[in-house]
Design a protein around this ligand. Sequence first.
Ligand code: ZN
Length: 659
Amino acid sequence: MTDNPFFTPSELPYGLPPFAQVREEHYLPALERGMADQLREVREITENPAPPTFANTIEALERSGRILHRTVTVFFSISASDATDGIREIETQVSPRLSQHADSIRLNRPLYARIKQVTTDDAEEAWLLEKYRVDFVRAGADLSEADQERLRELNEELTRLSTTFSQNLLTASTDSALVVEDAALLDGLSESTIKAIEKDGSYVLTLFNHTNQPALAELTNRETRRRLYELSTGRAPENFELAARMATLRAERAALLGYPSHAAYSVADQTAKTTEAVEEMLGKLVGPAVANARREAEALSEQAGFPIEPWDWSFYAERVRKARYDFDGADLRPYFELDRVLRDGVFHAAGELYGVTFSERDDLAGYHPDVRVFEVFDADGSPLGLFLFDPYARPTKRGGAWMNNLVDQSHLFDERPVVMNNLNITKPAEGPTLLTFDEVNTAFHEFGHALHGLFSDVRFPRVSGTAVPRDFVEYPSQVNEMWATWPSILANFARHHETGESVPAELLEKMKAAERFNQGFATVEYLAAALLDWSWHKLARGKTVEDAEAFENAALERAGITLGLVRPRYRTNYFAHIFFSGVGGYSAGYYSYIWSEVLDAESVDWFEENGGLGRGNGDHFRSTLLSVGGSRDVMDAFRDFRGRDPRIEPLLKRRGLQV
Ligand SMILES: [Zn+2]
């Protein structure tokens, strides 16, 4: 196994992983050796006879585990974007091992004792030192031997339950699919959709991992809608029990670590800091959002001619959109061609704001032929990093869109960033790839994360780029969405793929007006999920929940979500964000999206107050916020950018929630 590509640093430009050389059999040996190497490196730190210093302890930890880091980065990137059966098997095998490995470092008493003795006068070092100390405390470094033993047991059982939860979901997306024998019952779906879902004489609609299935907007048969909706909300019922068990175990773990609930533990190192802050914020939004949704429900029932049920909402929302706003999203698609959106939209906006330029590197390869590699240059022409773009859906890719780092920028290793964006756009059999406006917006959003990684200018990898609190990380990406509809940017990329004509202004106006409708629904659906997550994780130690569905209903009622017509975007049984740690572990953290949106709305206002698109504004955002990553208090960085503390009013205005 001397040819294992993970054993030596990549020789490709910017340290791009040598994907062409990586084979499945390389992962396990590289992970084994990576963990063993890091344990040896940690032992060298703890056995060092010299007194603990920043360099021989914290910096030495930052330098440790390079093989493991290289392997894990590539492995989890592939397991998200191109997971074959072999990759899935390795993942099941290594996930518990990796969590044990992390415990064995953070529960290492001699190491923790050394960290506590380190002092430094340098601000960047002091910030990192404190991060390490907090990481260790939060992982249980201060606990007694017996409590640490219990903690390891809890972590192990939680990892096991989380894996089962996610496997149940994967099975349910097909097992709970809607199957009909008679195509007439699918009236409203396009002919090509009906053709695509036909299997051995029947028709199979598989489930997306959220409550409201896209087909609900199109199916004209009310009974079909009801069946689809009930299959969606009732899938993987065995997960209710797993979720309740996980909530109880998390409460016990939080209590061991000195917190009244998992929610309190979870927000302590976030920008929210306390559960009260989160509750105050969510509490301000619920009333007005529910009132908005009620008004929308009335309009929908009026359109329908009868009181609508939850499975009717999307269908009549589309009817009202057409009737009131004369808008059909399909009319926009010919103006949103993928390559043009990327180069003349996303890249162009970054150029106008930050002066950066892009050049495609056909000589560099990703892990799949569809992955494109771009070299990014700064305004003065100096090299900045690499950007990888993987736009298309495939059976081996998980749903949604995301950004991840392949190489973290750091001065410590003198490394420039390599970042990537994944989208899930359906690849057409032939011809150009035409996007929906949502997909355009997502491309801008994900590139906002990419810029956060590309502009990182910090000393240590631990705090590089997007390594910021979870309730802050969505903020820069949300801000970047504003350029998707900025007039000069839009005029630059939204051109008809056949005629080259600009998108008619009238069509855009209709789109904007139509988008404002149904905001009540979108906000309530989101808030209900955030509050459900919150209730599960406010559970006190020793509490068990016998009937998880009853718990769910009571929690929503208590939080003021009294509108039965709008269910949470995710119910407990398929809330993977909070019960499957593999998707980023948003337990007691689903509030983050709207929490970040407060900063986003404030920042959009700032750009508009200061003349909008332009180098001066872009450079200010970059130098105060994007380039510092997690190397300092991110809320101080925000104040440097905005000139004051954030206010909630811009968000309320944007979502139509003013009281
Ligand atoms: Zn995001």
